[in-house]
Design a protein around this ligand. Structure first.
Ligand code: OXD
Ligand code: MN
Length: 581
């Protein structure tokens, strides 16, 4: 038996399924699975004219999002999980979570899903094997990864794979755990069928486990989109960008140049995760390990993301959207007026009081259906990054854009990035949550060590990408967004590329280089002079108020927080008091 067969056999002996099916990823297999789910109601076929090849899944109402409080890092030492992760001792995990798998698949089919994260044949790529009792998970994994025979071929009977055991269990939040064993590179997930908890290739493997592998092996696993920008001259640049969830990553990844900038072309490499490696040329090279998009549906409309609309027009699995009586999917933001007689995400007639689609309803769609995919999105060598962008949602404080002074300072900028919570998430508006590199929920080890790894990686590349910070969400006194966002964000990206080339104009401030008033192309936007001032402002007092809060954040990591970060904070603090900006 191969190591994979031995592990699967062991799992089957514990979970006791009535049947074990090794998935080959073929079209025929998918059709069989979908047919079964249509028959038992797991999936609903959508309107063949309006949404060809699309289906709808309604999840359990208590299982609609990632559950960070039930997500654990089971490293041997608590210290290695760090203060921002939930830790569970491996022994405790075996005792508390292990028994939940005993006989859990009785009467169910156990699917074995071999998959590759990364382009086939790429030196970046890694194999995972997910065992699951959910055919919905299998159908999603088929879209999100390179699944089936290709993965077994890459594995070649060896033992280099990340095993992931998943069961929906009884879907009870009381018996729901997502546990990562970073030392064994093993994932256990029970009690949830939701994508981020159950599609183990994504957040669990490609971020949490991969980040620990990357630390040990000298590469990086990041929560970043990757886009390709071609200038009118034909010059091509690649940009990686990390934003917390629900800050518009998919929109930025599929950005379309507005008419005024029509000579610039933006193409998509990925919308959520990037694996980065130093290349022989001293640059940092990136691949998108995924093969599909698992995106938030509400807010996807002709003005916000027309490319995503086209991407999800067919062969898409919708989860928790609303639907018309004749099977046309609908969600808030799709168009201006909801059709009549809508059925909401829970399958009930929509009474127009709450949301018709769940705010975290999702699409799962193949990346190859996106009209803006770059011809290099599956390049086995990846693409070389010119810039890395960090960003958050800040009504004030952070200017529209600034550039860090160098890699080390850029790591400080990433480590201190924060985003304001929205009412939907916490009930408290405007509370800043520090989310370093947008990896807070996804780093598989102590984030202090993760900062040190970032600093090390800067030394491993002689031509590191420039690091920027953006904030599309600055508001005016009336709480309106000042910056138009969406396609117009390209103007900011173009300034970054000018900076990379040593051309863009900037003023040095204590936080970094901010564009001069004439540096950005703002033609046709109709921004007033006062609005531009607000967008570019670095207010000394507002930033000074951040310093103690950042210091307290760093202190949580104790000795794990690299000294360089403390020094960068001291420098910031001194410059804020020494200069008027
Ligand atoms: C996601 C997330 O689903 O970041 O991508 O939550
Ligand atoms: Mn994400």
């Amino acid at each position: 038996m191969t190591p994979a067969e031995t592990w699967v056999d062991e799992v089957a002996r514990t979970t006791k399924p009535s049947k074990v099916v090794w998935c080959d990823g073929s079209e025929a297999e998918n059709e069989r699975l979908v047919e079964g789910m249509l028959q038992d109601g797991t999936l609903i076929r959508l309107n063949e004219q309006a949404a060809p090849g699309c289906t709808l899944h309604r999840s359990h109402p208590s299982d609609v999002a990632r559950t960070e409080h039930l997500t654990f890092i089971a490293s041997r030492r608590a210290e290695d999980a760090g203060p921002t992760n939930n830790w569970m001792a491996p022994q405790e995990a075996r005792e508390r979570v292990g028994p939940l798998f005993d006989g859990v698949m009785k009467g169910r089919t156990m699917y074995v899903v071999p998959y590759v994260m990364g382009p086939l044949g790429s030196p970046f790529s890694k194999v995972g094997i997910e065992v699951t009792d959910s055919p919905y998970v299998v159908a999603n994994m088929r879209i999100m990864t390179r699944m089936g025979q290709a993965a077994l071929d890459q594995l070649g009977g060896g033992d280099e794979f990340v095993p992931g055991l998943h069961s929906t269990g009884d879907l009870s939040p009381d018996r729901r755990f997502i546990v990562h064993f970073p030392e064994e590179r093993l994932i256990w997930s029970v009690g949830s069928g939701y994508g981020g908890n159950a599609l183990l290739g994504k957040k669990c493997f490609a971020l949490r486990i991969a980040s620990t592998m990357a630390r040990d092996q000298g590469w990086m696993a990041e929560h970043m989109l990757i886009l390709e920008l071609t200038l009118p001259s034909g010059e091509v640049h690649y940009v990686g960008a990390a934003f917390p969830s629900a800050c518009g990553k998919t929109n930025l990844a599929m950005l379309q140049a507005p008419a005024e900038l029509a000579g610039v072309k933006v193409r998509t490499i990925g919308d959520d995760i990037a694996w980065l490696r130093p290349g022989p040329d001293g640059r940092l090279w990136a691949v998108n390990p995924e093969a599909g998009f698992f995106g938030v549906v509400p807010g996807t409309g002709p003005d916000t993301n027309p490319m995503a609309l086209q991407t999800i027009a067919r062969n898409t699995i919708f989860t928790n959207v609303a639907v018309t009586p004749d099977g046309v999917p609908w969600w808030e933001g799709k168009d201006k007026s909801p059709p009549s007689d809508l059925i909401d995400w829970q399958g009930k007639p929509w009474d127009r009081t709450g949301k018709a689609a769940h705010p975290n309803s999702r699409f799962t769609a193949p990346a190859r259906q996106c009209p803006t995919m770059s011809s290099r999105w599956e390049d086995p060598q990846g693409v070389p990054l010119s810039a890395i962008v960090f960003g958050g949602r800040r009504a004030r404080v952070a200017p529209l854009v600034f550039e860090s002074r160098d890699w080390e300072h850029g790591v400080f900028v990433g480590a201190t990035m924060g985003s304001e919570t929205t009412a939907a998430a916490t009930g408290q508006v405007g509370v800043v949550r520090r989310d370093p590199m947008a990896m807070l929920p996804f780093c598989g080890y102590n984030m202090g060590d993760y900062f040190a790894h970032w600093l090390r990686m800067g030394k491993a590349v002689s031509k590191p990408p420039a690091i920027f910070h953006v904030n599309w969400f600055r508001t005016d006194r009336a709480d309106r967004f000042i910056w138009p966002g969406f396609g117009q964000n390209l103007r900011v990206l173009l300034w970054m590329i000018e900076r990379v080339k040593g051309q863009g104009k900037a003023t040095e401030t204590p936080v970094g280089f901010v564009p001069t008033r004439d540096a950005l192309n703002l033609e046709g936007l109709g921004l007033s002079s006062a609005e531009l001032d607000t967008l570019l402002a670095v207010d000394r007092d507002e930033w000074a108020a951040e310093v103690p809060e950042i210091r307290a954040f760093f202190e949580r990591f104790g000795a794990h927080c690299p000294q360089q970060l403390h020094e960068s904070l001291d420098t910031l603090s001194q410059q804020l008091t020494a200069t008027r900006v």
